[in-house]
Design a protein around this ligand. Structure first.
Ligand SMILES: NC(=O)c1ccc[n+]([C@@H]2O[C@H](COP(=O)([O-])OP(=O)(O)OC[C@H]3O[C@@H](n4cnc5c(N)ncnc54)[C@H](O)[C@@H]3O)[C@@H](O)[C@H]2O)c1
Length: 353
């Protein structure tokens, strides 16, 4: 492979602060990576009137291997149109159908659950990322009157459902995980649920070593709090995945640590921390950079650097356990010092998990 080319889109607010630290870590690895900064975000939008053009998206698709994004959201753009254009635009136009959200407890002290240790909270969510209720189909009728009607369609295609289910099974097979959980609401939403369940059962026959189970999403939400240790791979639709992964983020120590990948295997994919631009703390140098750094680790895995991915993940774990972290994790470091701590653990080898 030629030298991977990565677009860094720090975006708004703390997005800029945390991507700077992820960039530091990537550079500390001394890999042959080309890192190119893109200016897109609220400032760029206010200056040029452009969020992101179709030509720029096409350039990202053609000339880049991955995108590392910080966060988008700024009160000077009340409609948030720039964030929607960039985030949803990239997800839909690059057809990034896998939203991969790992939930892993790095330090037992960080979970709000009583008596749960690190190995008890270690699962991944495969969230369908291009369909469901987020496609924007629907409309309103008699808007603003007492008779107003609002319709938001839930779009599920066989192709879309099958490819995310298959991705989850492939992951479970590669990791030798014995069970996979489908989550839906097939009792109340029988048409969509039926398609998901039939497809899940059919695809599952190709993976006889993996036990498939299907759970209603309300039941799963409850059980993730009660006994998270039961779950390793969860596959679900766009809306339920959105909600379950935020629940997961809190189980594992909060938003500042949560990483995500938006992937279409073999194509330019997008990696981003789960949190937003956090205007309440932006500019104060206290944002937790670990979610962004862990997102860059997911990116390294996607680019074919699994050893480096693991090294970064171990270095973050060491920093978290040593409380060399920002205040949200009980530390007293600044954003930059927390990033520096990860670089130090990297340079020390940080081999023991
Ligand atoms: N993917 C994205 O770019 C994305 C995601 C969510 C929200 N947003 C946007 O971000 C803006 C703020 O949204 P919000 O306040 O609902 O969510 P947020 O994630 O920005 O912040 C929620 C809370 O968590 C804290 N927090 C978030 N990230 C943190 C970090 N790394 N370190 C320490 N504390 C952290 C914040 O201080 C805040 O109190 C809005 O404009 C929203 O639309 C963007």
């Amino acid at each position: 492979m030629s030298m991977p080319r990565i677009a860094l889109i720090p975006g708004d607010g703390i997005g800029r602060e945390v991507v700077a630290e992820a960039e530091k870590v990537l550079r500390a690895l001394r890999l042959d990576l080309e890192l190119v900064r893109w200016p897109h975000g609220a400032d760029h939008f206010l200056k040029t009137g452009v969020s992101i053009t179709d030509a720029e998206v096409a350039e990202l698709e053609r000339e880049y291997d991955a995108i590392l994004l910080g966060a988008l959201g700024d009160s000077r753009v009340p409609s948030n149109v720039h964030a929607r254009d960039i985030l949803l635009g990239l997800r839909f136009q690059l057809d990034l159908y896998i939203n991969f959200r790992p939930v892993r407890l790095l330090d037992g002290r960080l979970t709000p659950l009583r008596d749960k240790k690190e190995t008890d909270i270690d699962f991944v969510i495969f969230r369908e990322n291009t369909e469901g209720v987020y496609v924007g189909m629907g409309g309103t009728f008699k808007r603003g009157t007492p008779d107003e009607v609002a319709i938001q369609e839930d779009v599920n295609t066989r192709k879309g459902v099958e490819r995310i289910i298959r991705a989850a099974f492939e992951f479970a097979r590669a990791q030798e995980i014995p069970r996979i959980t489908l989550s839906d609401k097939a009792n109340a939403m029988e048409h969509a649920g039926g398609l998901w369940r039939r497809t899940f059962a059919e695809v599952g026959t190709e993976y006889p070593e993996i036990e498939p189970e299907a759970l209603y999403v309300d039941m799963l939400a409850m059980d993730l709090v009660r006994r998270p240790e039961r779950y390793r791979v969860i596959v679900t639709g766009n809306l339920f995945g959105d909600i379950l992964s935020d629940l997961g983020a809190q189980l594992a120590g909060g938003l500042g640590l949560a990483a995500s990948a938006n992937v279409h295997p073999g194509r330019t994919s997008l990696f981003e921390p789960v949190h937003g631009s956090a205007p309440d703390i932006a500019g104060r140098g206290i944002a937790n950079p670990f979610g962004a750094i862990l997102s860059s680790a997911l990116m390294l895995g996607h680019l074919g650097f699994p050893d480096e991915q693991e090294r970064v993940e171990i270095a973050v774990r060491r920093a978290v356990q040593a409380r060399e972290a920002t205040p949200d994790l009980g530390g007293s470091l600044s954003t930059a010092a927390a990033g520096q701590a990860v670089c130090r653990y990297l340079s020390e080898g940080a081999l023991s998990p």
